[in-house]
Design a binder for this molecule. Structure first.
Ligand SMILES: Cc1ncc(C[n+]2csc(CCOP(=O)(O)OP(=O)(O)O)c2C)c(N)n1
Ligand SMILES: [Mg+2]
Length: 383
């Protein structure tokens, strides 16, 4: 190989320009959490100690939230293993964000609406998306694409922020129909810099839409730390610009996320309009199972978050208060594992998808173009 000339050398950007300095991303999530401590709602501290006893949900709700978080985590962990063995497609993990997803989704009733992003499998499972269908979805199988007719959950949104205006539309439709149902939509810190986010908040505020907006600040938009995305340091305050309440909550405390969301849902049902809830959490895992975060952040950065694990936090609380025993916990593990393996058997038994199915489930009634394209695919297959 020839030696690089001085000219070609000067074209290569210095390494430090391409890879952010470690101190920058390291600060992003952990520092945001530390900054937020004083101003975010928290009911139990990271070690499980109760900080606001008067606001704790009933024990039956606490136990339900624990079960749902364990179930969500199990899915996340199994998805990794299945991906590595070629039995799952590219999957965006949410491990470590269960309190942010489960606590919020559990505050809805089945008559409401849920608008999840690709990150929110934990929220969709909590809301009732069947396990086997969810597995099929992340296998990119058409068997996972059409949401069950009796479940008001939208397919996972991949284009950032588009779900927010859609949720406002669904909320307004519910009000026109004279119901008390609400629409809840999720977004990430990165998504909250998109125009759709701001338009939706303004639209919802101006028309007093029964909406609950969940903004999961997990410290990262792929490789870009929240700090570099915006100069705003408290994303819940974005609500002020639209005249609606903004709440900042410890996104790793499921009792807090549940309590705050249940209150926002109630306000929306009572005609008091939308709320923005920022859940301060952290994306401990890579962006997707195909991402390598060691290229843009350090292992120490993520390690600090183990101590704030949402599942272990609630577990510590329940054990300390005598609401959970080690035996009961082991039984939950057995139950969750058996449920998942059964769902996997069901998903494995779905017939192999055929190429023409890629056009099914796009519209309720296919357009003339889709009818033509389907016929063409079938003809090519037969050829
Ligand atoms: C409209 C649009 N622009 C860009 C992308 C590419 N993209 C995929 S994920 C992502 C980062 C989103 O970060 P955030 O909103 O914080 O969500 P998180 O992945 O952390 O859950 C981007 C820019 C996209 N999917 N859609
Ligand atoms: Mg993010």
């Amino acid at each position: 190989m020839s030696k690089p000339t001085a000219k070609s050398k000067s074209k290569t950007p210095p390494k430090s320009a391409a890879v952010p300095a470690p101190s920058d991303p390291t600060a992003a999530g952990a520092a945001a959490y530390a900054d937020a401590q004083g101003e975010m709602i928290q009911l139990i501290a990271p070690d499980g100690t109760v900080t606001q006893p008067e606001r704790l949900p009933d024990v039956s709700i606490r136990l339900r939230l624990y079960h749902l978080m364990r179930r969500a985590r199990h899915f996340d962990e199994r998805a990794w293993v299945l991906y590595r063995t070629g039995r799952m497609g590219v999957f965006p993990p949410y491990g470590g964000m269960e309190a942010s997803q489960v606590g919020t989704a559990a505050a809805l009733t089945p008559d409401d609406w849920l608008f999840p992003t690709y990150r929110d499998t934990g929220a969709a499972l909590t809301y009732g998306l069947p396990l086997a269908q969810t597995i099929a979805y992340w296998r990119t199988s058409p068997h996972g694409w059409a949401m069950p007719e009796n479940l008001k959950v939208l397919p996972f949104y991949i284009p950032i922020a588009t779900q927010y205006p859609h949720a406002v539309g669904a909320a307004l439709a519910e009000r026109r129909r004279g119901t008390r149902n609400v629409a809840m939509a999720y977004i990430g810190d990165g998504g909250s810099s998109e125009g759709d986010f701001h338009e939706a908040l303004n639209f919802a505020g101006a028309l007093n839409a029964p909406c609950v907006f969940i903004l999961q600040n997990n410290g990262w938009a792929i490789s870009v730390p929240t700090r570099s995305q915006t100069r705003a340091t408290n994303l819940s305050r974005r609500a002020e610009g639209y005249g609606i309440p903004g709440v900042r909550v410890d996104g790793n405390d499921v009792l807090a996320t549940y309590r705050v969301t249940a209150e926002a849902v109630q306000r929306a049902r009572d005609g008091e309009g939308p709320t923005l809830i920022e859940t301060v959490t952290y994306r401990v895992k890579p962006h997707t199972v195909a991402d390598d975060p060691s290229r843009y952040r350090t292992a120490e950065d993520t390690a600090g978050w183990d101590a704030r694990d949402p599942v272990l936090r609630l577990r510590a609380h329940l054990l300390a208060e005598g609401h959970l025993t080690e035996e009961a916990d082991a039984e939950i593990t057995r139950e969750i594992e058996a449920e998942f393996e059964e769902a996997l058997r069901v998903a494995d038994a779905y017939p192999e998808p055929t190429p023409a199915e890629i056009l099914d489930h796009v519209f309720a009634e296919p357009t003339p173009q889709l009818v033509r394209q389907r016929a063409q695919i079938l003809a090519e297959e037969g050829a």
